[in-house]
Design a protein around this ligand. Structure first.
Ligand code: AKB
Length: 315
């Protein structure tokens, strides 16, 4: 018997979330799963392709799972390479998780949404929770639809689905895969290696971002909050900080004065330009007490400290 199942545990968030949940609930209580066998397996692990509902059900029954974190998805930039395939995968995996949960007594589901749900119709500064959603990417369209399905399953079946609209997530523990905000992780790796960084976004493209510690804490606080306090059943706006490539480069230069950045924008610039620059997360603050701890300066200091340690022990 285990408490939680993490689907997509090998991804950027899943890697860190698994460890944090295991620190709280114990190794045996958290089942890690991914499409393929992961390195460094400790504690319970299962291979799950989330497009296969029967396989999810098998694992849910085997461990008597009480809550599922469904982290598997194709992100914004990769999604544009195959729009219909991305829609198919992002929606099918969500429906499988929702149906298996409803039919097998899973009590809670976590569904990650994204700032990618917003598009040209919103005010890009302090974008409000209740905005009109016209996403520019297939990933954003799938997340906007998924949020509504989350609410539908709650209202229709009483399934306790909870969700956050993550900004770009930045952490030293793992690499992101196929997003528009990935540059803000890659840049630190280049700085540590003493290399020049070529950025695929323009110099002054400001986006909402969040440090991994804050993103994980928000996820756990949301999932631990009493049911009555979760009043938004689509997905909560979540803010950490906002910065542009130029500003993150400046913050790195405070520690690596010779660090150089150049700009070579590609198709991801258009995606970034369609997203908010900052987010109003007042509902998350009011309903379940959300408050970020990191700003750009403290994040840069922590990233560099930890990446230096990681690279020195890997040598
Ligand atoms: C992406 O860039 O696609 C993700 C996101 C903001 O959801 N990091």
């Amino acid at each position: 018997m285990a408490r939680s199942l993490i689907i997509g545990a090998g991804g950027q968030l899943g890697t860190v979330l698994t460890q944090s949940l295991r620190d709280i609930y114990g190794n045996d209580q958290v089942v890690r799963s991914d499409m393929r066998v992961l390195d460094n397996i400790t504690g319970p692990f299962e291979v799950i392709d989330a497009t296969d509902a029967d396989r999810i059900e098998e694992v849910v029954k085997q461990y008597e799972i009480e809550e599922i974190y469904h982290l598997a998805a194709i992100l914004s930039a990769n999604g544009e390479k195959n729009p219909l395939g991305t829609w198919e995968i992002n929606m099918k995996t969500l429906f499988n998780v929702l149906e298996v949960s409803r039919l097998n007594g899973v009590k809670k589901v976590f569904y990650p949404s994204s700032i990618a749900v917003f598009g040209s119709e919103v005010d890009q500064q302090n974008t409000p929770q209740a905005s009109f959603l016209n996403p520019s990417t297939v990933y954003g369209i799938s997340k906007a639809a998924g949020e509504n399905w989350a609410q539908y399953y709650f209202q229709r079946y009483g399934l306790d689905v909870r969700s956050l609209r993550y900004p770009g997530v930045i952490g030293y523990q793992s690499l992101p895969g196929g997003g528009t905000t990935d540059y803000a992780v890659d840049i630190y790796h280049k700085a540590i290696a003493g290399e020049k960084f070529s950025c695929f976004l323009e110099e002054h493209t400001t986006l909402p971002m969040i440090y991994m510690d804050d993103a994980i804490r928000a996820t756990i606080e949301l999932m631990q909050a009493p049911k009555e306090s979760i009043k938004t059943r689509t997905s909560y706006n979540l803010a950490g900080m906002s910065f542009s490539p130029n500003e993150i480069a400046e913050s790195i230069r405070a520690l690596y004065p010779d660090f150089e950045i150049s700009y070579d924008p590609d198709f991801r610039q258009q995606i970034a330009a369609s997203w908010p620059q900052s987010i109003d997360d007042s509902r998350a603050r009011a309903d379940w007490g959300w408050k970020p701890a990191y700003d750009l300066k403290s994040m840069t200091a922590d990233m560099i400290k930890n990446l230096k340690l990681k690279y020195s022990t890997a040598e």
